[in-house]
Structure formats: C-alpha cells, structure tokens
Design a protein. Sequence first.
Length: 430
Amino acid sequence: MKNFINIAVVGLGQVGIYLLNELNTKKKDIEIKTGKKINIVAISAKSKNKKRQFKINKKIFYKNPLEIFKHKKVDILFESIGLSDGISKKIVETALKKKVHVITPNKALISKHGNYLTKLAEKNKVNLEFEASVAGGIPILRSIKEGLITNKISKVYGILNGTSNYILSEMENSSEGFSEVLKKAQKLGYAEPGNPKLDLNGFDAFAKVRILSALAFNNKISKHKCLMEGIEKIELKDIKIADQLNLRIKLLGISELKNNQLFEAVHPCLVSKKSYIGNVNGVMNAVILEGKPVGQSILQGEGAGPGPTSSSLLSDLLSILRGNIKKPFGVSFSKLKSLKHYNVNNYVNSLYIRFEVKDKPGVLSQITNRLAKYKISVKRLIQTPDKKNNKATIVIITHKTSEINCNTCISKIKDNQNILKSPIVIRLLD
C-alpha cells in the first residue's frame, strides 16, 4: 500500500461528523502508528449548510456521493448513512467494485446484504470492515475473528442495544413508566427523537445477532425468520415484580448452536440480580461468548454513541493501513456454511406469565387448569388483589416448557372472559 492514503467520508450524522473530526485531529498519531499519511479528499451528506457539531471543508463536499468517484481517487471509504438499502448499499457496492476499501458501522446493511457484499470485496481483493456495527466500541468482531480464531464457539449472547438497556434500568431506578423513560432517553440522545421503533422492537439487536452468528459459526448470514421481541410491552409492574423475585429484565440477543442447528433470537429475559448480565445497566452493552478451549469470555463497554463507534471505525482504518487485507467474515465466503435453522417451537424455558383478571372465585383454577392441559406446570405463584377496582394481578413462574406449548396455551387463555388483557410472557434465562 502506498504512503499517501485518500479517504472519503459519506454520511455526516452524529457518527459521521464525529469520525471526520477524529480523522482530522489524529492524522499525526495515525501516521506514527502506521507509517501512512491520510488525506480526506471528499465528504458527502444530504445538506452542505446544516449546522453541525464540527466545521466541514465545503470545498470537498459532494451532495451526491456517487460523484466522488468521478472526480477523486479514493483508497478508503467510510459509509455512515445507516440505511439497509438505497444510497447506503449503492455507495458501498460501487466502492468495492472500484477496488476501494470500505469501513462502515451499518449493521442494517451488513445483516441484510453482507453475503453479497462479502463476495464483492473478496473478488476485488479489498476489505469490507464493520467492527462498529456490533456493540459500538467493544472489539467483539475482531475478538472472534482474531483473538478467539482457533476456538470452537457454541454460544454468543448478551445485551446488544443500549437504548433498551437504559430504558429498563431507568424504569427500575426511577419507578417511572415506559413512555416517561423513553422521553428521557430521547432527550439524552440515547433514543432516536423521531422514531425509536427499531431499538425498542428488537430489530437493532437482531441485526447484530445475525452478524455475530456469521462470525462465530463460520456461517453465511442467515435469512431464516426467527424469534424477535422487543420491550414495548414491559410495564413498570413487571419491573417491580421482578425486583421482588430478585430478578431483572434485560433484552438479550442470543445466537447458539443447538444440535448443530442455528438458533437466533432477541427477546426480554428475566435474569438473576446476582448474575453478571443482571448488573450491566444503563447504555452499556455486554457480550458473552462460550467456546472451547477458552471457556467463557465477557466483553463489556459502551455500545452506542459517536465516541465508541468512532473508536471501532478508526480501529478498522488502522488495520487496513497496516496492510491487513482480510476476508470480511474471517474465512473465504466459499468456505462459509449454511447451517440449518433450529425449530423455534422446540425452544425451552421457564416462563414468567402475568395475568390481569377479574377478582372473582374460580379464575385462578381456570388458568392453572388450562396451563396443565398444555403440560405447563406451576413453580411459583404471586396473587395481588386490587379490591378497589375488583381486579387482581396473577403472576405465575412456570417450570420449563416449550415455545409451542406456551404459544398455544396463551392463545386459548386469551379467550377467557375473566382475563382482562393479553398476558405478558417473559422467558427466564438459565
């Protein structure tokens, strides 16, 4: 690689503008560590005159990023627009075809088009780097690709979305409801001000699970429909009951090999307050890997925000500048497997089920009889009457049962006139 490296930065949102400033201020440091001089030759965003945290050089600004390649020789392109398709895909695809290295924090793009883009990068002998797409500043992908390369990993799971983790932690700390805490998260910049849906419904964490699966198990990015639930239905009542049980609710992303089949899921879990994962609070992320011979490895840190994300983006940059031409998923795409999909109906857990019911005789036995019919046995029961409103809350902790038994049972129970709303079901983590 030559000593003068031309860089383009496309997308100047929170992450892009922070990254651009880091590149400008750390040029000397980068040269000392790699022997390469970087030169930012092009930047692109929707608006040239938008007020930004840091000043931009308008002389190198392009409204249409695809125009960059007509006017500039680019060696490395950063994409931080963040779309799964459209201009994000087009600019990355064009760069790779033109033998330009690409660095991106875009998990939506990689989880959807990673297979295609990987083949393109390998064909053109350039890097497609996406360390920042999973868990912000935590070097989890590099740890799997390099540090744990000879280990046989069997499971990767953890807290992969800082927004959801902040909301659940803050509900517990402040005793405020979901919507109040969401507004607080939006004010602090932890949640999107307009539409935070992708953080709350589990999609953001699930995109990261797809990427982790591919790396951990040498698997092509899976396209199977999988279990994905967010935190929108969690109420303060659930947080308080969990607290009484010495448990906490966490949104977990899980990727695991079960009988050599790939199981991927994102859903809220009840975890022990004594567990490691139960004490990862606020906007923090934590990823736990289980493998042989390493055993259990834990990586924890800030999972979002321009600072941690830029840290990972620069890590990818320095790797390229040092001449590390690597396969995007650690091994050649042709060597990646297509693992069979584990049938989610067979997924087994103990469950927390909360019922809101009319306070009248016989309702509890109707519920327990229905559970018994579907081979769901009761481990613990908490009943809290609300005499004033002639209602009651019934919480049942079950012994282990399968997903299909649970879903079938709940669908039948919903029809009971004495049950006032759809039951809340949360799985317990072993």
